[in-house]
Design a protein around this ligand. Structure first.
Ligand code: SAH
Length: 513
């Protein structure tokens, strides 16, 4: 057998942006997906690691064996070593690699080892965190320049390399990185060199993340305030008149659910939509799937139907999962969408319809009402007496469709294409979040979400873990199940939809505030 030729070594230095995973560049995301090895930093949001390809080696650059921090030279060596082994390496760094990121040093090491590299710029904290704090760096009539300065230069440094006079005399905005510890020296230096003590200052910690914290004050008092409030790194310090604009332009950290951590217990593949709704209002969404979608116990029924697709006049899909598993088995049998050429297709709604698109299938029929009853209704005008209909379904699907279509005279075959089961464990961070009281609200969108959660963690423990946590249930049945399990229900929307649930949460937390 010919030996697998190793890939040519290549390193991408990728700016991860300041935290919000949406702020990575398109190119950065692309390169992450190309890498065999990803070496990432403390400040790079590790949510971005989901863009790495499955099986890629993920290395946290911060710690060696969980202990002391790796030194820069060790990181350089690691980069070179991994690349020379024939890997495509993605070096994921917080913000921008070339702004106080020591990216230049890493490149020097790569040049010395003759390893080719590409730099993918990122949104640096000075740009990202300021934008999310509602502070423009420059503003017509207020300031015409901006400087990014390290605040890390110790006050014990005898001759400062920072041009304090230059920074102090103009009206330019100054953004200090790594300056929280040295805040008293920084503010004192600026004032000593001529910046008025009443100059506004803002500190932005974990900017662009759901944890973002902003503290404002003046050159004269910010150090004291930071000390009093226990304000910690990582944060940037913004000095200049532009800081006043925050009052008017604040948009991110004043959204109605900002700062709230909300547990979403739906199945992972259904959580996205609800999570996005909550996230758009500022919540930190903690996914805690209590339902997992898995294969049926046997494929016999579905495979049997797939082997005789030419017998069917119609196929009905009522979920994205049904589409996924049906086409998975279709492919496993060596067939493809052409086997459906004699078959008309009904999709329950737009999402299921969109899931069919990648297979080149455009549904012939979509009901007005996106549910089982709607499917039966729309088939009334389709003359299906004596027709054979295939309905690949979930194990918990209601009988509405098989029964309704049979009543219309059709012959329905309904093999189980997937099952809803309880996962054995929760994602590792969730229990810690609950134990350390970092969750503000738990949402339950069906009885099985709360039943399964209770079964996974244990009923008594559930009550303990949710003490002081706002419990939201989508409707009366789910709320009843919560109460039976000993939980108080604090939020129950008037309509049983995710949108109404979201509104009810906003309402609840604004009243609480
Ligand atoms: N290369 C990074 C900076 C690394 S230096 C960039 O371009 O952003 C580390 C400093 O960056 C931190 O001490 C802090 O001052 C700043 N920083 C990084 N991410 C930040 C964030 N999300 N919010 C506020 N400051 C941040």
């Amino acid at each position: 057998m010919p030996e697998k030729s190793p890939k040519n070594p290549l390193v991408y230095l990728i700016g991860a942006g300041p935290g919000d995973p949406g702020l990575v560049t398109v190119r950065g995301r692309e390169c992450l997906g190309l890498a065999d090895v990803v070496i990432y930093d403390y400040l790079a949001n590790d949510d971005l690691l989901r863009f790495a390809r499955p099986g890629a080696e993920l290395i946290y650059a911060g710690k060696v064996g969980g202990h002391h921090n790796r030194e820069q030279w060790q990181i350089n060596e690691l980069l070179v070593e991994k690349a020379l082994a024939g890997n495509v390496v993605a070096r994921l760094k917080g913000g921008d690699p070339f702004v106080f990121g020591r990216g230049g040093e890493e490149c020097e090491a790569l040049v010395a080892a003759a390893i080719p590299f590409e730099i993918v710029p990122g949104v640096t904290a000075g740009i990202g965190a300021t934008a999310y704090a509602g502070i423009p760096l420059t503003h017509r009539g207020i300031t015409t320049s901006v400087a990014f300065v390290t605040g890390h230069e110790g006050h014990d440094k005898e001759v400062s390399q920072i041009d304090w006079e230059g920074l102090s005399l103009g009206s330019g905005t100054v953004v200090f990185y790594m300056g929280i510890k040295n805040l008293p020296q920084i503010t004192a230096n600026l004032m000593a060199h001529g910046r008025p003590p009443e100059t506004p200052v803002a500190l932005v910690r974990w900017g662009t993340r759901p944890e973002q914290e902003v503290l404002t004050g003046t050159l004269a008092d910010i150090a004291e305030r930071a000390c009093q409030t226990g304000f910690k790194a990582p944060a940037i310090t913004i000095v200049g008149e532009v800081v006043r604009l925050r009052e008017k332009l604040r948009w991110f950290d004043n959204r109605p659910l900002f700062g709230k951590s909300i547990l979403v217990t739906r199945a992972a593949d259904q959580a996205g939509e609800f999570g996005a709704m909550l996230g758009a209002l500022g919540a930190r969404v903690v996914e805690c799937p209590t339902i997992a979608i898995v294969h049926p116990e046997t494929w016999d029924d579905l495979d049997g139907a797939i082997a005789h697709l030419d017998r069917f006049h119609w196929i009905v899909f009522t979920s994205v999962n049904a589409v996924r598993f049906f086409f998975e088995r279709l492919a496993a049998s060596g067939r493809d969408s052409r086997s459906l050429s004699g078959c008309r297709v009904c999709a329950v709604g737009p999402k299921t319809s969109a899931a069919l698109a990648p297979f080149g299938i455009r549904p012939d029929l979509i009901p007005v009402d996106y549910k089982g009853e709607g499917v039966v209704e729309v088939f009334r005008s389709e003359a299906i007496t004596g027709k054979r209909i295939l309905f690949p379904k979930g194990d918990r699907a209601r009988d509405v469709i098989p029964q309704g279509l049979a009543e219309l005279g059709a012959e329905v075959t309904a093999p189980v294409a997937y099952r809803n089961v309880m996962p054995e464990a929760l994602p590792s961070g969730v229990i810690t979040d609950l134990e350390e009281r970092r969750i503000d609200c738990a949402t339950f969108t069906s009885s099985s979400t709360v039943e399964n959660l209770a079964a996974i963690v244990g009923e008594n423990r559930l009550i303990r873990l949710l003490e002081g946590v706002t419990v939201a249930a989508i409707g009366p049945i789910t709320a009843g199940t919560c109460r039976e399990l000993g939980l108080d229900v604090h939020v129950e929307p008037p309509k049983y939809t995710l949108a109404a649930m979201t509104d009810a949460l906003v309402d609840h937390f604004s009243r609480k505030a």
